[in-house]
Design a protein around this ligand. Structure first.
Ligand code: COI
Length: 354
């Protein structure tokens, strides 16, 4: 099925790579020579094309712009020392993409378009994959409603696209985090578990307020009591307490089921931790801190990988960490990096060869 996918490929006449340095890339600022595009019309996906990266021409009434039927994914491709290219756990992102599509009343994308389309695009632009620490080719698949009509209803037409961005670390220093008690990221019954564009738009005001008082991001708490923790900024969150790694469970539907989260849970178990998914209250964290048992706090995400938190502030209670002394987050990151860069065997079958 996958081998026969009919993609019309139009190559760029000249590569922009000649005028771009892949050293010290910022996150998501530069894009490769090509992009993938497919259209959903009359109940089917058609016009699957790989073509030179270029702007889109959209009607001003395009539904996604007005009512937000727009979802995305984020994943990364790596090159090993022998030049072999692999993508990290793309099938998990594919499955999550369709979970998001269902929640936003959008059509699902067939596996061969997402997977084989991505593979062909990455293969074509593989020279753009940076080969240095903390760098990778960030892959951004996305879908949005394209009906040109202002009625509030699910669109009949959609566009699916994939773009690629050679990229460095998302956060390059340990972060200061403000525990959010006013704004809400997600409530049960809402879209918190979907990778919907609106979740990110809705987070920006709270983050901007936290930045005004010197914090980098917020730790989201539940919508009813602001008591239970959810995510940090755009990442899942882990707490090392004693010999256990705690992360909020996914049952309320308010938390994104992160691929890096799942990978971190697997590696933390391998490192000998009890990995516990459950509701975690801010009071639990303060109790653990007072008992000198809260050792490390870090975020996990595709863009961010593993990001250390050097300060957590809840009302007037401030928890500070000496991240230089940490062992777990750096070891976790090392194990993840070794698998992704092909330095150790892919013992969990995470790397998808391009
Ligand atoms: C990712 O980690 O891929 C994300 O979704 C974060 C992104 C919004 C920068």
């Amino acid at each position: 099925m996958i081998a026969t996918l009919d993609i019309n490929v139009q190559k760029a006449e000249r590569s922009k790579l000649l005028s771009t340095s892949l050293e010290e890339m910022p996150f998501g600022k530069y894009f490769t020579d090509h992009m993938l595009e497919a259209d959903y019309e009359d109940g089917e996906w058609k016009n699957i094309e790989i073509k030179p990266y270029q702007p889109l021409l959209l009607d001003p009434s395009t539904a996604a712009i007005h009512y937000g039927q727009s979802i995305f994914e984020g994943l990364k491709a790596y090159k090993d020392d022998n030049g072999n290219v692999s993508i990290f756990r793309p099938y998990d992102n594919y499955k999550r993409f369709n979970v998001s599509a269902e929640r936003m009343q959008m059509p699902s994308i067939p596996e061969e378009i997402f997977m084989e389309g991505m593979r062909r695009l990455v293969e074509l632009d593989k020279n753009w994959i940076p080969h240095q620490e903390d760098h990778a080719l960030y892959i951004r698949p996305f879908m949005f409603a394209t009906d040109a009509v202002l009625g509030v209803k699910p669109s009949d037409k959609y566009k699916f696209m994939i773009i690629l961005s050679p990229t460095g670390p998302y956060y390059n220093k340990p972060m200061r985090i403000y525990v959010e008690e006013k704004y809400v990221r997600a409530a049960p019954g809402g879209i918190g578990y979907a990778k919907a564009a609106g979740n990110y738009g809705a987070s920006m005001h709270a983050t901007a307020e936290a930045k005004k008082i010197g914090y980098d991001q917020v730790l989201w708490t539940d919508a009813f009591e602001h008591k239970y923790v959810q995510e940090i900024g755009t990442m899942n969150v882990f707490f090392i307490i004693g010999n256990a790694a705690f992360t909020p469970d996914l049952t309320s539907g308010t938390i994104l089921s992160g691929v890096t989260r799942e990978s971190a849970m697997t590696l933390l178990k391998e490192m000998g931790f009890d990995v516990i998914e459950r509701q975690i209250s801010v009071d639990d964290l303060i109790d653990a801190h007072r008992a000198n048992m809260l050792y490390e706090v870090f975020g996990t995400g595709t863009a961010a990988t593993i990001s250390s938190i050097r300060e957590l502030r809840y009302k007037d209670y401030v928890i500070e960490f000496d991240v230089e002394k940490w062992r777990t987050a750096p070891e976790l990151k090392k194990r993840l990096d070794e698998i992704r860069s092909g330095k150790v065997a892919d013992r969990f079958g995470w790397m998808y060869k391009v």
